[in-house]
Write a protein that binds this ligand. Sequence first.
Ligand code: CDP
Ligand code: CDP
Length: 226
Amino acid sequence: MSSRINVAIDGPAGAGKSTVARKVAQQLGYVYIDTGAMYRAVAFAANRAGIPASGAARLAELMKTIEIALEPGPDGQLVRLNGEDITTGIRSREVTLQVSEIASHEAVRVKLVEMQRQLAAMKGIVMDGRDIGTTVLPNAEVKVFLIASVQVRALRRFQELSGIEAVPIEQLEKEIAERDRSDESREISPLTRAQDAVVVDSTELSIDQVVAVILDLCRTKTVEAK
Ligand code: CDP
Ligand code: CDP
């Protein structure tokens, strides 16, 4: 019997989800799927089409015309929108400031959740996002809810932006707290811990320490699955 499992990692912005999810996938020889990148791709497409984040009807139409693909690239995951490589574009501040409202629309979530479930149909997936353990993969064998203080998360973003964009740390802290509020309070699939998720607080842990904790959880489950 296959002992491959699925791993769901959820949590707020800047908790370290994508960094540790990528490493866990590498260690296990699994595929990493960044669902936030898919929501960012929709926000990018909406921006380009001049659709405001509040435009439910136009966003629903947009969802019928766009195709989002994730594929392995030389420096991690490549994101394509109708074939075009938008990997860099989806990380812009403009996208970051709009993505949470875009992600609150039903038409957006229905299509992306369906895509994500298809991608995980073959076991051996590490997927990170906000609703993976609760909605996308409720049967994932390992579920982690990764958290960290707002101050530490803002500091991590500040360090990432160093030399690229000068945004005051207080501003980043405000934006992260606002995105948390918006992700936690939306009606459909809000950011919340699945009952069976293990909470890992990365405030005072290094990336490698978090990876080790998650690999331990995976080891237990793969032994059980054998
Ligand atoms: O990397 P960062 O924490 O900035 O966010 P992300 O994972 O790229 O996700 C961007 C936004 O997409 C989040 O703030 C959520 O609003 C939305 N998202 C979601 O609603 N559900 C997911 N499964 C993943 C992301
Ligand atoms: O995906 P998410 O928004 O949850 O966070 P991330 O983009 O993986 O991590 C944000 C930043 O925090 C990255 O620059 C990581 O290298 C850093 N990080 C850290 O310094 N310590 C950790 N324990 C986890 C992440």
